[in-house]
Design a protein. Structure first.
Length: 83
C-alpha cells in the first residue's frame, strides 16, 4: 500500500489537542482529510466524523484493518514531525 501525506495546516496552540490537519492519499486513488490529535496519553489520527442524533461521534470513513490504520497514522506522524 502506497500512502502519502500532505500536512495542510499546523496549529501551534499548546493548550489545544489539535496539532494539524492533513490529506492522506492511498495508492494514488483515494484521499481522506484527517486530523492529528495529541493528548497526554498518545498522539493519534482522527478520521472524518459526524455527530449522530444520539450525540455520539461516528466516523464517516475509516480503515478496515488495524494494520491499515497503523500505517496511515505512522505516515501522518512522520510527516508532521519532519515538517
Amino acid at each position: 500500500m502506497n500512502i502519502s501525506v500532505k500536512i495542510q495546516k499546523v496549529f501551534d496552540d499548546p493548550a489545544s489537542p489539535l496539532k494539524a490537519t492533513a490529506t492522506v492519499v492511498i495508492d494514488d486513488c483515494f484521499m481522506v482529510y484527517v486530523k492529528l490529535i495529541q493528548t497526554e496519553k498518545s498522539t493519534f489520527m482522527a478520521m472524518p466524523s459526524f455527530r449522530g442524533r444520539d450525540g455520539k461521534w461516528r466516523d464517516t470513513s475509516h480503515p478496515l484493518t488495524a494494520e491499515c490504520r497503523s500505517e496511515m497514522q505512522s505516515a501522518l506522524i512522520e510527516a508532521y514531525n519532519s515538517r
